[in-house]
Ligand binder design. Structure first.
Ligand SMILES: [Zn+2]
Length: 90
């Protein structure tokens, strides 16, 4: 194997690792404890269509009512459950 190809593969892998870990940090911003509180409060219903978790195709995820990009917070009052279909059409 040529040294040049080894070094470029190594660089590629380290870039993959870096982007993966930064995504994880964003997703972990809301703690599991807060997620459990939101699920209990909303009775496992989607915030948009009020569908129960058991009737939707997919997992209800914690979603911000006011997106973080426009000043929304991670406070409980700004969080609800949403499944991907409703979330994408928001
Ligand atoms: Zn919904």
């Amino acid at each position: 194997m040529l040294p040049a190809s080894i070094s470029s593969t190594g660089k590629f892998l380290s870039n993959m690792k870096a982007s993966k870990s930064s995504t994880r940090i964003i997703r972990m911003a809301i703690s599991e404890q807060v997620k459990a509180i939101i699920r209990a409060r909303d009775h496992n219903r989607c915030g948009y269509c009020r569908s129960l978790q058991m009737y939707v195709l997919g997992i209800l995820e914690i979603d911000r009512i006011i997106p973080k990009a426009v000043g929304g917070t991670d406070d409980e009052e700004n969080l609800w459950l949403a499944w991907s279909l409703c979330n994408n059409y928001n």
